[in-house]
Design a protein around this ligand. Structure first.
Ligand SMILES: Nc1ncnc2c1ncn2[C@@H]1O[C@H](COP(=O)(O)OP(=O)(O)O)[C@@H](O)[C@H]1O
Ligand SMILES: [Mg+2]
Length: 232
């Protein structure tokens, strides 16, 4: 479904991604784990068209992916950014609609209803300011804002960040239920434990290079991963 081949990218004179190759198949949950600064967010931003790829190829559903952010959304890829990036003073409803900028106006009620079916709690809170919600509920809004565009691939950037353990488990359940909707997931996490529990396959990123890849279950038992990323 999504395929990166030898992708190089960075900011100004700084090169961050040094030849990243990875793939996400239809219906899969694939995770990229790596420590802070490894380049995980940069991979997602490069796919989203927010950071230009300097070398290499990004293909989606067999076609080269457009470099413009709106074209990427139209092609069927939504990104849920790190740190949620909600507008605290706007309502839940208004925040969700921000994800629907590529949709026809007539479709918006049905799109919203579908997101509220996934997150019934948000329906109750739809007229509340997003900033007044709990951390977990805010993460639901951020995910809902990605889902409203009806992506076939949802990219999640550290959805567990800053959440209490109980909420982390709830977000994990949400991610599983999104996959049940037939949406493929590319999950970026510093929390390797939760990522490797959820994912089918995993890639390990170190300083902009993939150093390991394989079935998540195999990486959970890998001595290097256990020591470096699971603290075991
Ligand atoms: N907007 C930016 N301008 C310059 N450097 C950046 C920018 N964003 C990230 N970087 C640098 O790129 C590297 C990778 O960052 P990032 O992709 O955010 O890593 P991760 O998500 O794995 O923590 C870091 O060294 C970071 O300082
Ligand atoms: Mg990041």
């Amino acid at each position: 479904m999504l395929e990166l081949a030898d992708v190089h990218a960075g900011y100004g004179k700084t090169t961050v991604l040094r030849g990243v190759s990875l793939a996400v198949g239809a219906g899969e949950i694939v995770t990229i784990i790596g420590s802070n600064g490894a380049g995980k967010s940069t991979i997602l931003r490069t796919v989203s068209g927010l950071v230009p790829a300097r070398r290499g190829q990004i293909r989606f559903k067999g076609k080269p992916l457009g470099a413009k952010a709106s074209a990427v959304v139209r092609a069927g890829i939504s990104q849920v950014p790190e740190g949620r990036r909600l507008f605290a003073d706007m309502t839940v409803h208004e925040n969700l609609l921000l994800g629907a900028y590529t949709c026809a106006k007539a479709e918006l009620p049905a799109r919203l209803a579908q997101v509220y079916d996934v997150f019934p709690k948000l329906r109750e809170r739809s007229t509340q300011a997003a900033g007044s919600l709990s951390g977990g509920e805010q993460q639901m809004v951020a995910i809902g804002r990605g889902l409203i565009a009806r992506p076939s691939l949802l990219m999640l950037d550290e959805p567990s960040m800053g959440l209490a353990p109980k909420m982390v488990m709830q977000v994990a359940e949400i991610i599983k239920s999104i996959r049940e909707l037939g949406i493929s997931i590319l999950l970026v996490e510093q929390n390797a434990r939760i990522a490797l529990e959820l994912a089918d396959r995993a890639f390990v990123l170190q300083t902009g290079t993939i150093v390991k890849e394989g079935p998540a279950a195999a990486l959970r038992d890998d001595p290097f991963i256990r020591r470096a990323y699971l603290g075991l």
